[in-house]
Design a protein around this ligand. Structure first.
Ligand SMILES: Nc1ncnc2c1ncn2[C@@H]1O[C@H](COP(=O)(O)OP(=O)(O)OP(=O)(O)O)[C@@H](O)[C@H]1O
Ligand SMILES: [Mg+2]
Length: 234
């Protein structure tokens, strides 16, 4: 659970007293226009950033993070990228074990015969899935995805969504997914949290987002410039 999280960068308050529950085996979608603090929220949940106040209470410290834009190491092979968390953990495991785990995770994300390629030899969708494999290498109980379909076409996005649902099921995990892709939200039955101006302005489920009369939900799904949320043009 996320309790009263507040975080500023300089004078800018990015999150202001944000609280919500994360239940086991559930998907939470974090949505909101650009620059509203979604990535920051994920980084606070996985401990990459420290909150100014508030806390993140999870029953597990077994987390996997899929970064915005995949964030693979370009100079490493797919195998080395996925093995990275294993090679760098304090508990050492054998090369055989690493090999077994990496190949098992590659299979789970539907990739084969790519382990010796480098990220720039892969398509956008494949890169994202390598990012998934790296994030789940230790069978996390909470998986955090930051814009997993960013920059992908609608067909590949659907494939990615199918893998997110599959991993959710197979790992029996909770997933927290940041997205602003309406098709993704439509396809994933989940609790949805809409963030604006550092706060949660609407909470409901995926289908309610498309039917609700709430002005925030309505503006988000219509992508309207006019509404309670002022869209800052960058
Ligand atoms: N490490 C940092 N130092 C300073 N400012 C930061 C830092 N990280 C984020 N910010 C600022 O905090 C605000 C929220 O950023 P964040 O990346 O969380 O937004 P976001 O909702 O993920 O946006 P997008 O949809 O574009 O990915 C932005 O104004 C950003 O410039
Ligand atoms: Mg972001």
């Amino acid at each position: 659970m996320v309790r009263n999280l507040t975080k500023s960068f300089g004078k800018k308050k990015v999150l202001d007293n944000v609280s919500f529950n994360i239940y086991q085996n559930e998907i939470v979608l974090i949505i909101g226009f650009s620059g509203t603090g979604k990535s920051t929220l994920l980084k606070l949940i996985c401990g990459l950033e420290e909150p100014d106040s508030g806390e993140v209470i999870l029953k597990t410290d077994h987390l996997g993070m899929v970064f915005q834009g995949a964030a693979l190491f370009d100079s490493m092979t797919v195998f080395e990228n996925i093995a990275f968390p294993l090679v760098n953990q304090t508990k050492k495991i054998s090369a055989d074990e690493i090999n077994t785990k990496v190949m098992e995770k590659l299979k789970m994300v539907g990739l084969s015969e790519v382990e010796n390629l480098r990220p720039d030899e892969l398509s956008g969708g494949m890169k994202k899935r390598v990012g998934f494999a790296r994030a789940i290498i230790n069978n996390p109980k909470v998986i955090l995805y930051d814009e997993p379909t960013g920059g992908l076409d609608p067909v590949v996005s659907n494939v990615i969504v199918d893998y997110i649902l599959k991993l959710q099921k197979e790992l029996n995990a909770s997933s927290i997914l940041v997205t602003h892709n309406l098709n993704v939200i439509k396809k994933i039955p989940a609790r949805v949290i809409l963030i604006y101006d550092a706060q949660i302005v609407w909470e409901g489920n995926s289908s309610e987002l498309f039917s609700s009369d709430d002005p925030y939900a309505k503006q988000f799904r219509e992508g309207a410039a006019k509404g309670p949320m002022v869209v800052i043009k960058e």
